[in-house]
Design a protein around this ligand. Structure first.
Ligand code: FES
Length: 320
């Protein structure tokens, strides 16, 4: 579908806020807190961006885009070329960072531009009159976007600026403090974090050592996951709905093999981060190489990300 670029505003030197509308003033497809959209950029790249506005809004999508110095063309192209009035090809919203709405308390933890999906969650929690608070860490106050937006929720926010503290936040200490102060435990508190990789690793370690099991993350980039030593170089894939059997060889990925056989599959990032290609596994043992599924989900082997994952059994049966 096409979306119209309605406004672009600089929030900091390297973060812009973009508002997209429909091209005919109709409502846009509804979205949920934590959803992202995929933008198809003119030079063939597809990039995912979190929606940060209130999911109750029907007429617009709001995104925050950081100009990443390591950009392969996505955020750099957007910063350098996107103009008000342009039309962008986008995919409807989708979610692999869904907000649960039945917890006593929610802790939202943002690192830099990772605040965007958490702002959308904060809108939803506010609308539900639910108890929540935020930790928002960034390199410096000057590089911190959407400060007013975060403050408007009127909930406790722990701000952390690395340049003032000369160090990143001590998440273990901060989370432990919050849990103790509010008399929470693993059954009553859920946590969501989005930010750079070191922060997410610190968050997961803190939650594990504090026994907090309802901890959710969204990554910017794919993890470097090594193939299992049990991974097969050659395996057979049975496609239940298409009634086809295909061979995947050492020089071909599963996704390439599917495409070679004209099997239509929904993909977006093709790096194992967005969840768009999630496919049900009927039988067989996937070699999970994605950054979407939790270890628990990987162990269940009921779904797999077919863009990056392989296979540890001779035969893999998929619901395709
Ligand atoms: S296409 Fe994004 S995880 Fe597979």
């Amino acid at each position: 579908m096409l979306a119209l670029v309605k406004t672009i505003r600089f929030e900091t030197d390297d973060i812009i806020r973009i508002e997209l509308n429909s091209t005919d003033q109709a409502d846009l497809p509804a979205f949920a807190a934590g959803d992202h959209i995929d933008i198809q950029l003119p030079h063939g790249l597809t990039k995912s961006y979190s929606l940060m506005n209130d999911p109750a809004e029907k007429g617009r999508y709001v995104l925050g885009v950081l100009k990443d110095p390591a950009s392969q063309g996505g955020s750099r192209w957007i910063h350098d070329n996107l103009r008000v009035g342009m039309r962008l090809e986008i995919n409807p919203p989708s979610n692999n960072f869904a907000l649960q709405e039945n917890f006593k308390h929610t802790l939202l933890i943002a690192g830099g531009i990772g605040v965007t999906p958490l702002i959308s969650m904060a809108h939803r929690l506010k609308a539900l009159n639910a108890s929540f608070e935020m930790i928002y860490a960034a390199k410096s106050q000057g590089s911190t976007a959407f400060q007013d937006e975060v403050a408007q929720f009127g909930v406790p926010v722990h701000w952390h600026f690395d340049d003032i503290h000369a160090a990143p936040p001590n998440l273990h200490q901060l989370i432990e403090q919050r849990i103790k102060t509010a008399s929470l435990n693993s059954d009553t508190c859920q946590l969501y974090a989005c930010g750079p990789e070191p922060m997410l690793n610190a968050f997961l370690n803190a939650c594990a050592s504090l026994g907090l099991h309802h901890a959710h993350i969204e990554r910017f980039k794919a993890l470097e996951v090594q193939k299992s030593t049990e991974a097969k170089a050659t395996y057979t894939v049975c496609l239940k709905r298409s009634k086809k059997t295909i061979e995947v060889g050492p020089q071909t990925t599963l996704l390439q093999a599917l495409r070679l056989h004209d099997i239509e599959v929904a993909t977006s990032c093709e790096e194992g981060v967005c969840g768009a290609c999630e496919t049900r596994v009927i039988s067989g043992l996937p070699d999970h190489l994605d950054s979407v599924l939790s270890d628990q989900e990987k162990n269940k082997n009921t779904v797999m990300m077919i863009c990056v994952s392989g296979c540890k059994s001779e035969l893999l049966e998929l619901d395709l």
